[in-house]
Ligand binder design. Structure first.
Ligand SMILES: Nc1ncnc2c1ncn2[C@@H]1O[C@H](COP(=O)(O)OP(=O)(O)OP(=O)(O)O)[C@@H](O)[C@H]1O
Ligand SMILES: [Mg+2]
Length: 257
């Protein structure tokens, strides 16, 4: 996939089944560029499944089948003749709920993807990449004197920022974040939130959160999903403050009360 091709993400008529159960039902969604889109909804309604479908990590699930289209820059990534999956996941990185540093040094965690994808020509370039992305996530000053120590020794909040640096270092266009702050203390959580707000200048961010207050603080765009269906999506202020659908209103009232 050519980088210049990647300009927008649209989900059309997406149905997804695991074994005999339909998990996603006729999903239609437009994700605006360089904005934060928050996906909210009750537990088990299909938020993680939807995120994992966007970079086809869902393909690893036994018994999965889907139909419909996910158009990125006009190309359907669900097509049988779709993109190379490793390349697709470079363009669409996923930050999971719990940080998952690789069992290697802080430096190697950030350098890893660049090595795999051959993005750096030499050690000097690699050093620059590591410094740039650790700086981008606000971690450089905290770790610059111990780049060779194991990533697992960092605090959980630092590990989450390291994983974000690792995702960014392969220069994705989209960042998928699945409850990326739920395992963090309030201070680390705020750091990641602020980072997302800064990063949206360069990336399109799609995040799942259970914290509606967080969604209210940082979302530009929002989608409310309920038992596999998008009930309502659009401008975040509109969806959260003045929803069109009763179901959205009830859900928000329940959570906010
Ligand atoms: N590997 C799997 N095999 C069978 N069913 C699955 C699998 N993964 C998810 N499901 C089912 O799909 C539905 C949606 O799950 P999903 O993890 O997407 O929900 P979610 O909205 O992310 O929930 P939560 O807020 O609790 O994380 C659930 O009913 C779940 O049991
Ligand atoms: Mg989930």
């Amino acid at each position: 996939m050519d980088k210049s091709d990647i300009s927008s993400l649209t989900v059309r008529d997406l149905d997804l089944f695991i074994e005999d159960r339909q998990i996603l039902k006729n999903i239609n969604l437009v994700i605006p560029n360089n904005k934060i889109t928050c996906i909210v909804g009750p537990s088990g309604c299909g938020k993680s499944t939807l995120l994992k479908t966007l970079n086809r990590l869902i393909d690893d699930t036994d018994g999965v089948r889907y139909s419909g289209e996910i158009l990125i820059g006009g190309k359907n990534i669900l097509a049988a003749s779709g993109p190379d999956l490793i390349e697709l996941r470079r363009h669409i990185g996923l930050v999971p709920q719990r940080p998952c540093p690789l069992p290697m040094s802080i430096y190697e965690n950030v350098a890893y993807g660049c090595r795999i994808h051959g993005l750096c020509k030499n050690k000097k370039q690699m050093n620059e990449v590591v410094e740039n992305y650790l700086t981008e996530v606000g971690l450089w000053e905290e770790v610059k004197d111990r780049l060779n120590s194991p990533a697992g020794k960092l605090s959980i909040g630092q590990q989450q920022r390291l994983c974000l640096a690792r995702s960014l270092a392969v220069r994705p266009e989209f960042i998928l974040a699945d409850e990326a702050t739920s395992a963090l203390d309030p201070v680390s959580s705020k750091i990641i939130e602020d980072l997302f707000v800064k990063l949206k200048e360069k990336y399109t961010i799609i995040m799942v959160t259970h914290t509606l207050r967080q969604a209210l603080r940082i979302a530009d765009h929002a989608a409310f999903i309920y038992f596999g269906e998008i009930v309502e999506s659009g401008d975040a202020v509109k969806v959260f403050k003045n929803p069109e659908k009763d179901l959205t209103r009830k859900y928000l009232a329940g959570v906010f009360s």
